[in-house]
Ligand binder design. Structure first.
Ligand code: FAD
Ligand code: SIN
Length: 534
């Protein structure tokens, strides 16, 4: 058994920022970070567009950023949380700059080059070329390395959160006194399951994109933290709001994850068009190619269906070549690598699963419904995003909540003791898997089901079909889980099934179309606003 003061599961922006804040304030506390592959592999690393923050008070204001966030969120945002994130955000950005993160400045000018993305009424996106997440992850890792009381365990796959359940007590979602004592984690190098006991646990496991066939999220994004929290009887909310990014590069038979063509490219002047070069966005929204994501993704999906096409196109040909390549070197190179010259050809694009707006329900300090347990970053549902996240608000949210969680933990940590009497993981009665194909095939079936029936456009019939198929996959997988030695693949399948269930069940319960949840059976919004909590 490994004892630590604070256990943080995940080493993306949410996990590392929380670790740094706690470790810096209290060098006497041991902060242990688990990460399922290498420290730098995360959704954070792939962020392109940037981080939204009110930077130039002469032009921009908190009120405008708030208004844009609320508008994108389609009346489901928590206004108090929006105020917190918008107002505290710039300080957090300044802080990561102090820790070494670089953002692009204007040519011949010391001011930051602020970009624009869909749904923003002002230029307020700080970015580092089209590699903002890579740069932020780099700065965080290097800062964390300087703090000796942060211990990072790579290749540790957290399997389950530990609560009173593991002491033999019945735990339900309705109980107010569930407590988290740490987590079991599979050491992928020794194949042993180790017990991590902590005074407080922070879940920072990121997104769920791998539940769909086409996603911009890396293969680590299997919703482990949300699934673990749900099993531990934490509350989740807003899981029906899955954000599809409108412009992933269309590259049939190509990559997992699919390559993103940042919204910042449209912010830079690129225009969505059909194969024939016809603009179509004005039919859907006066903001055209820069409307919020839910609107643009649905519009592209609709045009593809009407025209019988597998993609729509981004036209960058009118943009200035040197400036385009300077801003988007990675996107330019990727397009060239598959035979598309963005300066001469239309770039084929298609929507792909990108971001989970819901997750583990937290309050304004990042506390979950389980005591001593926090959630930060994409796995959390703080109330900021509502029914649709505004572009580039995610990195900002993670930094703001990391700071707030650290503040709460630091106030309370001395009152919490490590729980004794927790049993080691019991693997008796299980044997090594005989056929991995049982797992890989189920993952394929799951992705097909979600992509076909719980995508951008939903209906009662489609959701019912999905739920029926998920039930079968669930039972087959639980049988495997009860009889087979645990592997990361089996754990991920099990977690993805839980995520799929939460998305589909919540979608089925929402009898209206709002934000990212669009159903042909209830095309209008209900007159009242509510969250679905499971
Ligand atoms: P992540 O960065 O995903 O980190 C999760 C961590 O948890 C990883 O270290 C992972 O290994 C670990 N983990 C997961 N499961 C386990 C487990 N079972 N055991 C142990 N460790 C585990 N947002 C913006 O604001 N601006 C952008 O420009 C932007 N662009 C994006 C572009 C792309 C292609 C993608 C995919 C996302 C983008 N986003 C953007 C969204 C944003 O990057 C993410 O929401 C954010 O980085 C999530 O940070 P996080 O710390 O919550 O999770
Ligand atoms: C992008 O660069 O288009 C992604 C931005 C985001 O997801 O916030």
């Amino acid at each position: 058994m490994i004892q630590t003061d604070i256990l943080i599961i995940g080493s993306g922006i949410g996990g590392l920022t929380t670790a740094i804040k706690i470790a810096e304030a209290r060098p006497d506390l041991k902060v242990t970070v688990l990460t399922k592959t290498i420290e730098g592999e995360s959704n954070t690393r792939y962020a392109q567009g940037g981080v939204a923050a009110v930077w130039d008070a002469n032009v921009d204001s908190f009120a405008k950023h708030k208004e844009d966030t609320l508008d994108a969120g389609d009346d489901l945002c928590d206004e108090k949380i929006v105020d917190i994130v918008v107002q505290e955000g710039p300080d957090r950005v300044r802080e990561i700059i102090e820790w070494g993160a670089r953002f692009d400045k204007k040519k011949n000018d010391s001011n930051y080059d602020l970009g624009r993305e869909g749904g923003h009424s002002e230029n307020r996106i700080l970015h580092y070329k089209d590699l903002t997440g890579w740069e932020m992850q780099r700065a965080l890792s290097s800062k964390a390395d300087q703090l000796p009381n942060i211990i990072i365990h790579e290749h540790y796959f957290a399997i389950d959160l530990i609560t009173q359940h593991h002491l033999g007590y019945a735990v339900t979602r309705m109980m107010r006194d569930v407590e988290c004592y740490g987590a079991y984690a599979l050491n992928k190098q020794t194949h042993e399951i180790e017990t991590f006991l902590a005074r407080s646990t922070v879940v920072a496991t990121g997104g769920v994109g791998q539940v769909y066939r086409a996603t911009t999220n890396p293969v680590i994004a299997t919703g482990d933290g949300i699934a673990m929290a749900y099993r531990a009887k934490a509350w989740t909310e807003n899981m029906e709001f899955v954000q599809f990014h409108p412009t992933a590069l269309y590259n049939p038979g190509g990559d997992n994850p699919v390559f993103l063509v940042s919204e910042a490219v449209r912010g830079f002047g690129a225009i969505l068009k059909s194969r024939e070069g016809e603009e179509f966005m004005e039919k859907y929204d006066p903001r055209k190619s820069l409307a919020p994501r839910d609107i643009v993704a649905r519009a592209i999906d609709n045009e593809m269906k009407i025209r019988g096409e597998e993609c729509m196109f981004l036209d960058c040909r009118h943009l200035e070549e040197e400036a385009f390549i300077g801003h988007f070197p990675t996107i330019y190179e990727k397009c060239k690598s598959i035979g598309i010259d963005p300066m001469k050809d239309l770039i084929p694009v298609t929507p792909a699963c990108h971001y989970m707006c819901g997750g583990i329900k937290t309050d304004a300090e990042g506390r979950t419904s389980i005591n001593r347990m926090y959630a930060v970053g994409e796995c959390s549902s703080t109330g900021l995003h509502g029914a649709n996240r505004l572009a580039s608000n995610s990195l900002l949210e993670a930094m703001v909540f990391a700071q707030r969680i650290a503040g709460d933990v630091l106030q309370k940590v001395d009152q919490w003791q490590i729980q004794t009497g927790i049993p080691n993981w019991n693997a008796s009665g299980t044997t090594d898997p005989k056929e991995m194909v049982l797992i890989t095939q189920s993952i394929k079936e799951l992705k097909e089901t979600m992509s076909s029936y719980v995508g951008i456009v939903r209906s009662n019939v489609r959701l019912k079909r999905a739920l029926d198929r998920l039930e079968l996959l669930f039972h087959e997988t639980e049988d495997l889980y009860n009889t087979t030695t645990l592997s990361p693949q089996l754990c991920e399948l099990r977690n993805l099934i839980t995520i799929a269930y939460l998305i589909t069940r919540s979608a089925n319960m929402r009898k209206e179309s709002r934000g990212l949840h669009y159903t042909t059976d209830y095309a209008d919004k209900l007159p009242f606003v509510h969250s679905i909590v499971l």
